[in-house]
Design a binder for this molecule. Structure first.
Ligand code: BES
Ligand code: MN
Ligand code: MN
Length: 456
């Protein structure tokens, strides 16, 4: 690849400034208050693609936020890479834990701090800049399409029908995504697995109104106590999930494969130190890395009810709520798991309360192959720019669209991310290393070059 290093050197300040502009727009898809900003971000991304030299840059409407589409078709006989990313971000709460405001990006110690810096504006924008380089220096070796969505952080609910309706337009040979991590800046890795997700809300109702906890307490079931007991009962002493049938379809990996995966460097002491915890925790007989990649989980994401204001109020509440997520592994199916949870939750509810389960979004797990030309091109690209062969690694997060790409479009994805687990995505003080940002811009054109040579 000619001149990519010089191009980055000469343009890096502009690359950073442009990303900072995007990061200033609070594209929080979860909160309807930010609707104008989410749409504004879609338009800004579209304009960046126009500026970079892409054709047919459009916002394609969906039932939710629009998808930004763009392309550069140089020759129908050449392979086509479809780049996917998302321009929406997570809510920044809790705000008081940020050292600088989430939508006023700052560069500190070689990192850009802002909500979305890594997930996924920074990683998505690497592709726009890599394309700019390939286009402006006449080195785009194959066709490219962009599909940048605005509802990933809320479950991409409108994307399945988007894919069905735009099958022709999205026709490609491979999907390329940067929305995951590498193990460390000197240990490159390629993500070869993502967990699926079942997300739901539960509601436990006791008496028909809040009661005096002295007058009624002890004689009427307290829905918060009941909910806590129900949740606690869903894991046994080995941290196995007790929902009947939950593990039926879980893929058990061979000893050999687990040993192979275990070779990826991981320092449990550094991990504990980074999180300020004295001990790790999880399913018996699995390592920390296994617990966050090849094993399913059940976690309470939020729980509320009763009085949580200043001081004390003696009350026996009428209702209790929780938001619960289950991360899924091959070959679990998110609809099936949601149904199993619902049935189980209803079956363990004591007669003294009524319960309701409201399913939210979900997605299926994926594993991507390593014996394909696309994987080999990605590995070679990383080897070229990092000077080390990347390690194939399964990750714990979810990108629901990846399973749909496979099922609806029949396309595999390459998950070549450049973030770090320590980038605090979804947390206060999210950041993205400038090293990582520029390394991504440097590596992507090599992927195109190697893939175009051997692809299709
Ligand atoms: N980029 C993340 C997923 C991710 C992060 C994968 C790190 C691997 C490593 C994505 O934006 C995300 O946060 N997905 C959500 C799922 C969605 C349905 C809300 C998740 O994993 O919670
Ligand atoms: Mn993401
Ligand atoms: Mn995310």
């Amino acid at each position: 690849m000619q001149n990519i290093k010089t191009y980055i050197e000469e343009n890096q300040q502009r690359f950073i400034d442009e990303l900072i502009e995007l990061l200033k727009i609070p594209s929080i898809s979860a909160d309807p208050k930010y609707k104008t900003d989410v749409v504004k971000t879609a338009n800004a991304v579209k304009q960046k693609l126009v500026d970079a030299g892409a054709d047919n840059c459009t916002l394609i409407e969906t039932a939710g936020y629009p998808v930004v589409y763009a392309e550069k078709i140089i020759d129908a006989k050449l392979p086509t890479v479809l780049v996917y990313g998302h321009y929406d971000v997570q809510p920044p709460d809790p705000l008081d834990l940020w050292h600088s405001p989430p939508f006023e990006p700052v560069v500190k110690n070689g990192k850009i701090y802002a909500r979305g810096a890594c997930d996924d504006k920074g990683q998505m924008y690497m592709h726009v800049k890599a394309f700019e380089f390939m286009h402006k220096t006449n080195q785009l070796p194959c066709n490219i399409k962009f599909m940048i969505e605005g509802e990933e952080e809320v479950g991409s609910a409108n994307l399945a029908s988007f894919l069905v309706a735009n099958k022709e337009k999205l026709n490609a040979d491979i999907i390329l995504i940067s929305d995951t991590s590498i193990i460390a800046n000197d240990i490159p890795s390629i993500t070869v697995g993502l967990r699926g997700l079942s997300y739901l809300q539960v509601e436990v109702t006791g008496p028909n109104r809040d009661l005096h906890s002295g007058v009624y307490g002890g004689a009427v079931a307290n829905p918060i106590n009941v909910l806590c007991e129900m949740i606690a009962s869903m894991k046994d002493e080995n941290n196995h999930i007790t929902i009947p049938g939950f593990y039926d379809e879980v893929e058990e990996l061979t000893k050999e494969l687990r040993a192979e995966m275990g070779k990826a460097p991981f320092n449990v002491d550094a991990y504990k130190k980074h999180l300020d915890i004295n001990e790790v925790h999880g399913e018996a007989n699995y390592t920390t890395r296994e617990r966050t990649s090849i094993r399913p989980t059940l976690d309470v994401n939020g729980i509320w009810g009763g009085y949580i204001g200043e001081g004390a109020k003696t009350v026996l509440p009428s209702k209790a709520y929780a938001k619960i997520s289950m991360r899924l592994v091959p070959h679990q199916n998110n609809d099936k798991i949601t149904a199993l949870f619902q049935k189980h939750f209803e079956s363990i509810a004591p007669k003294s309360v009524k319960v309701k389960v409201i399913p939210h979004h979900g997605g299926n797990p994926v594993v991507t192959p390593t014996d394909t030309v696309a994987y080999k091109a990605a590995a070679k690209a990383m080897e070229t720019t990092f000077g080390k062969t990347p390690i194939p690694a399964r990750e714990g997060g979810s990108i629901p669209i990846v399973a749909l790409f496979e099922n609806v479009l029949g396309l595999k994805s390459i998950l070549m991310g450049f973030g770090l687990d320590s980038d605090a995505i979804h947390s206060p003080n999210e950041h993205f290393g400038i090293f990582n940002y520029l390394k991504g811009i440097e590596t992507i054109p090599y992927f195109f070059q190697y893939y175009a040579k051997s692809g299709k």
